[in-house]
Ligand binder design. Structure first.
Ligand code: NAP
Length: 649
């Protein structure tokens, strides 16, 4: 890492950095435990009321803060001037101690193992790299071909690893560009609600995010640049859709049919990786008369930039994350807005949602050794599993109809106050804005002015059910016809039909659709019995609700899939097919745990559940648990077929 500038540049940067992180930088650079001395102990992590971010000061006395900064200028300056070598990265045990110290919270050894990889202090790819390197050198990869369906985040991440391993692959992408969700969603104020320094590949961090929660264009640019940095763009067939894939038990290959502007084509692949995501097929509501609407109408994920909302009467159906994000901007432009709400969501205050990354922080992320690593680790803890206990039902808890435990209940009470405050003069909306399910039953939406927007004079919240859409507007059950010029459908996605609308046939000839019905399930979210050599990314029961980056989840899955592929090549396995009983036992466990979590609560009706009330989209695991679940491939979980029909040991 190049450290430019003078001591004064360094000192200026330190005004903006997180001091407990800086302390860990010193402990890492020097390898010395003097920085873990009790007098440097920071205060526990605590966010000021209404803020997303904990304060960065460690709440040190001025004297200790000055001592840390002076030491940092001296020690980092010595590294810059070539007078000091960096100590080796910490061991797992030392990292555990460092994280426990710097967060003033117990970080266990398993967590440290996960962080070692997320911080790139240990290389998680080691486990599959060596066997793949020998397979490549022995020519075993000749003629071996992987299809990745989708060039969004999951597809690009997989391609990066296959490329590095020297394995042939093709990506088929329905859009003309990479980026998936970040290509398709362009609605006003579209952005991420997981901190970016964590919502990015661990193996391709971006130190230059302009904000802590970046907007769509910057996110798209990141994924677009990943395609070039990973050197995978030339492997992508854009504007091409996979129509069907069928497993041929004789050849042990997937026969894939796809369509592009020239027509229909077919090709065979040894392995298919589905990287199509859970949220990429917009769902239009099944409302009578919808197509008869005479004004402009579009789905939030297919924004019509040709229509200027200025001065228009705008209706929005749906009050999920997409609506909450876009509404403050569209309401600003429109003459009048009607929001059609079926169910309210919980919305969390986030005063610092638009906080730009401070100049000194940017400098530190780019130039101070180890700083970006500790910044990421802190984000993982603060915005991830520290929340987990709040989503787990306490068996002793009595108010089970509205909350799960004391913390969860406390959060509920705080959020109800936030609703009342935000609605201003429209207190009669309060009863409509308080969900009847526990906090985190659905994804907790990061606020960007939702309640004050509902509180505007020119915005109406309508909770009467929609009866039909008429050419002139939306009719609700009370008989009112809400006349509109524009109708925006913020109604979510086809989430229960994984891999839809592709037809995927397994070795017995049954389709995934018929096997799953609306109860999709997979082993670890990745493998499906009877569908050998097919791997799902962001598959069933892998979505995160409590907090965390979906990129993290997908990296866990990519790691697992790379072990499967490496096994195939290393052990000359043609077909790897998860055992049905292993999958069944796993999914029984998934369902049992889900019942005890916020999103399994009986009052929750959401896109996470199927028609039987089973949670099929969300992970039942904390981030660290899912990392452990996917970390090591156990070959005994699978039927393995080698050339000549033998089942491998
Ligand atoms: P969503 O959460 O599924 O919300 C859809 C909304 O439409 C819900 O309020 C739903 O009501 C309503 N709806 C659906 N059909 C309806 C009908 N026939 N009549 C009336 N209302 C209807 O979709 P989304 O807001 O697009 O978000 C989907 C997911 O995308 C989120 O959960 C999140 O994971 C992700 N996302 C993330 C961000 C971010 O990171 N900032 C932003 C946007 C989206 P009910 O609640 O009653 O079903």
């Amino acid at each position: 890492m190049n450290i430019p500038g003078t001591d004064q540049d360094l000192r200026n940067a330190l005004e903006d950095v997180n001091l407990p992180n800086l302390l860990m930088v010193l402990a890492c650079i020097t390898g010395s435990d003097e920085w873990l001395d009790a007098r440097f102990q920071p205060a526990p992590i605590e966010a000021p009321e209404g803020s997303l971010f904990p304060d960065d000061t460690g709440r040190y006395s001025d004297a200790i803060a000055a001592e840390i900064k002076d030491a940092a200028v001296r020690i980092i300056g010595e590294v810059r001037d070539g007078k000091r070598e960096l100590a080796p990265p910490p061991t797992q045990e030392r990292l555990q101690r460092m994280m426990t110290f710097s967060t003033a919270d117990e970080v266990d050894i398993g967590y440290a193992a996960m962080l070692m990889e997320e911080m790139c202090f240990s290389d998680r790819d080691d486990v599959w790299r060596a066997p793949l390197e020998s397979a490549v050198s022995e020519g075993k990869t000749d003629g071996f071909n992987v299809l990745i369906i989708g060039a969004g985040m999951s597809g690009l991440g997989t391609a990066a690893k296959l490329k590095a391993a020297g394995i042939n692959f093709t990506i088929i992408e329905k859009n003309p560009e990479v980026g998936g969700t970040w290509y398709e969603n362009t609605y006003p104020d579209c952005g991420v609600d997981t901190p970016n320094h964590y919502y990015s590949f661990s193996f391709n961090r971006n130190p230059n995010w302009s904000g802590y929660f970046s907007k769509r264009d910057e996110l798209f640019a990141y994924f677009d640049s990943c395609a070039d940095e990973f050197d995978v763009r030339k492997h992508i067939r854009f504007n091409t859709e996979v129509v069907s894939a069928a497993y041929n038990s004789d050849t042990r290959q997937w026969e894939v049919h796809y369509r592009d502007t020239d027509g229909d084509h077919a090709a065979s692949f040894n392995v298919v990786v589905s990287a199509v995501g859970q949220l990429n097929r917009p769902s239009r509501p099944d409302i009578e008369g919808l197509e008869d609407f005479s004004g402009d109408m579009w789905h939030s994920a297919r924004w019509n930039h040709d229509v200027d909302l200025t001065g228009k009467r705008v209706g929005v159906i749906g009050t999920g994350c997409s609506c909450v994000q876009l509404l403050p901007k569209t309401a600003e432009a429109a003459a009048h807005t009607t929001v059609f709400q079926r169910t309210p969501h919980w919305v969390a205050p986030a005063r610092d949602y638009y906080r730009p990354v401070e100049p000194g922080q940017l400098w530190a992320l780019n130039h101070i050794p180890f700083y970006a690593e500790f910044h990421r680790a802190r984000m993982i803890l603060v915005f991830g599993d520290r929340v987990w206990p709040a989503v787990v039902a306490d068996p002793e808890w009595e108010q089970t109809d509205i909350s799960l435990n004391e913390t969860n209940h406390g959060m509920r009470e705080a959020l109800v106050e936030f609703i009342k405050e935000g609605l201003g003069d429209k207190q009669h909306y309060v009863e409509h804005c308080v969900p009847d399910f526990p906090v985190w039953g659905k994804r907790l939406i990061v606020d960007n002015g939702w309640y004050p927007t509902l509180g505007r004079e020119d915005v109406d919240l309508t909770t009467d059910p929609i009866v039909r859409v008429r050419p002139e507007g939306v009719e609700t059950a009370d008989g009112t016809v809400h006349e509109l010029d524009v109708l925006i459908l913020a109604t979510g996605f086809h989430t229960n039909q994984f891999l839809w609308p592709m037809e995927i046939k397994g070795q017995s000839g049954r389709t995934l659709e018929s096997v799953w019905g609306d109860s999709a399930n997979a082993y670890k979210g990745v493998s499906v019995p009877d569908f050998p050599n097919l791997f799902c990314l962001y598959g069933p029961n892998t979505n995160i609700v409590h907090g965390g980056s979906i990129i993290y989840q997908v990296e866990c899955q990519i790691h697992y899939v790379m072990q499967c592929i490496s096994t195939m090549l290393d052990k000359s396995v043609d077909a790897i097919d998860v055992r049905a009983e292993v999958n069944d036992a796993y999914n029984e466990r998934v369902q049992a745990i889900s019942q005890t979590l916020a999103w399994g609560h009986p009052n929750v009706e959401s896109w996470y559940k199927n028609s039987d009330g089973r949670v099929i989209n969300n992970s039942p695991f904390s981030l660290q648990e899912y990392w452990a679940v996917t970390h090591d491939l156990n070959l005994e979980d699978y039927h393995l077929q080698q050339a000549g029909d033998n089942e491998a040991a």
